[in-house]
Design a protein around this ligand. Sequence first.
Ligand code: SF4
Length: 356
Amino acid sequence: MDDLERRERLCAWFAAGHRDLPWRRTRDPWAVWVSEIMLQQTRAASVVPYYHRFLARFPTPAALAAAPIDDLLALWAGLGYYARARNLHRAAGEVVARHGGRVPDDPEAFGALTGVGPYTAGAVLSIAFGRPAPVLDGNVERVLTRWAREGGDPKRPPLRDALWARARSLADGPTPGTLNQALMELGATICTPRTPSCLLCPVVEGCAARAAGDPEAYPRKVARAERPVERYVALLAGPPDGVWLVRRPDTGLLAGLWELPMVEAGPALEATAAAAGFTVDPAGERRGVTHAFTHRIWQVDVVRATGEPSSEHFPTARLVPHDGLADAALTGPALKALHAWAVAGAPQRRGAGRAR
Ligand code: SF4
């Protein structure tokens, strides 16, 4: 099966009945861009309510650029991977400053915006502007490696470069936006990591892995380095209708988000907590939560405490009423900690994962 036939079959299959997702009904480059950023590392079903709220509040790059970052972080709370939000905020400012508020359709200009990598550039340029730009995300990677039974590491050269070249040649046709969305949709719904539904696949005849009976062997699983585990104790304190939160520093991990006051775990918890302004019962109940970041894992024991955060340890501390928790830009671990103790007013946690 040649590329022309693959393209035609994929586009026809996509046109015949793709999932009806709100960003599929628009070619507004700002809306497409926002959806693509939100969909990174997050499931489509989780993104839908955020997408609507975001565009209602920030319908243009100029609206976002004019808003304080804290407004955006609060709206993003629960979606995770906050660097995406910060980069989008910065990029909106660049669109206003450099392009008069209009999302540029020039690949070089668009690719130069903060947070726009090759994937985002390909998706927005092809879907919103009809440019023949390729996309390669985890879903497309899976489809392409299966077609040709490519056994290398798809995250590194030479296979990574070969896959980009393959995606580029596929997108080089009459409807690149539809083709790219069809490829991603195929990976998300049919060519799934486990038990792909090959009988429903529009390009089954051209698939080497299907012919060999081993699609699940692709892409090759590559062992990544083990992540270090860091242990903390989070202190849940406050009056009956509120909780003390502290703001993380403006740079680094979870920058600018709010969390429970935390101290490092260790044998001298009572003394460590006291130095931070709190009293804890060392024999009191601990409820553990685990949070996996890309490069580390946090294991956090959440304990009840009394007292108030010392201004020296926690200069950014703020007493937040339970009914204000939904508007606070909370870290993922803080959200889990609040749920571990069933704190009233804690916002819902959103499912996150690689599937679009
Ligand atoms: S035939 Fe199966 S393995 Fe091959 S692309 Fe289609 S769904 Fe994926």
